[in-house]
Design a protein around this ligand. Structure first.
Ligand code: ZN
Length: 247
């Protein structure tokens, strides 16, 4: 317990140090390295406009081929397409592994604007990010899905509950696992902390990248078993080419 506390303090100090550095040195665009004078989001307008957009028919296909069979998720939307070596991959890497949490907020704003156009979106009563285990959160400094939700909330005013679900199981990266191994790996990973908040609610789950769907399906199942009414899913990006692994 003492060790955990010490680790927590060290990692927190490291994160504060990064924030101080960001404050004193001007930000540069994470993809083209140009200086950013009027933006606090770590990416320039030109680069953001070049992130590969998801094709609506691909989103439909993903839903029908990879999501609807779970029987837990009613609808799906993803704003970007994650391709190997593409801008989207670069940007999401910066968000997850390089302390660029503000990128998550910005991309969340863009995702939120697109979500607002969906005919099912007015039904959403609350937004829940896919939680990460607290050890991962300590080393990363934040949960990237929380940041995406913050962005969505800024443009939609939907309720957002970052702590209503806990990730109780620490799972290793799923990169090298088969689909059935992934399902087993995340089984029982989540616990609803406050059942009253989700009971009979229409919920939007938010994640960074959709790959096989095993994690979001497990979360949807946990929410439904705890009394949620209907679940929708939104991700920043989805992987179309399944021949390569994401992380
Ligand atoms: Zn740029």
């Amino acid at each position: 317990m003492v060790f955990k506390k010490k680790m927590g303090v060290i990692i927190t100090l490291k994160n504060i140090f990064h924030s101080v550095l960001d404050f004193f040195f001007p930000q540069i665009c994470v993809t083209c390295q140009s200086k950013l004078y009027n933006s606090n989001f770590s990416i320039c307008n030109e680069c953001v406009s070049k992130i590969e957009k998801a094709n609506p028919s691909d989103i439909e296909n993903i839903f029908h081929q990879n999501i609807s069979q779970f029987g837990t998720i009613e609808g799906f939307f993803s704003h970007f397409e994650f391709t190997k070596g593409g801008k989207c991959q670069r940007v999401i890497h910066e968000l997850k592994y390089n302390k660029k949490s503000n990128l998550g907020i910005y991309l969340g704003i863009l995702l939120g604007k697109e979500l607002s156009k969906k005919n099912w979106f007015p039904n959403i009563e609350l937004i829940i990010p896919v939680p990460i285990h607290y050890i991962k959160k300590l080393s990363r400094g934040y949960n990237q899905s929380d940041k995406i939700c913050e962005g969505i909330q800024k443009v939609t005013n939907k309720n957002y509950y970052p702590k209503v679900v806990k990730r109780k199981k620490f799972t290793q990266t799923q990169t090298l696992l088969t689909i059935s191994e992934r399902i087993k790996n995340v089984s029982g990973a989540f616990k609803v902390r406050d059942v009253k908040k989700i009971r009979n609610k229409t919920i939007l789950i938010v994640d960074d990248v959709f790959t096989t769907g095993s994690t979001v399906n497990e979360l949807a199942k946990t929410l439904l078993n705890s009394g949620a009414k209907v679940i929708f899913l939104a991700t920043l990006a989805f992987v179309k080419d399944r021949d390569f692994t994401v992380y």
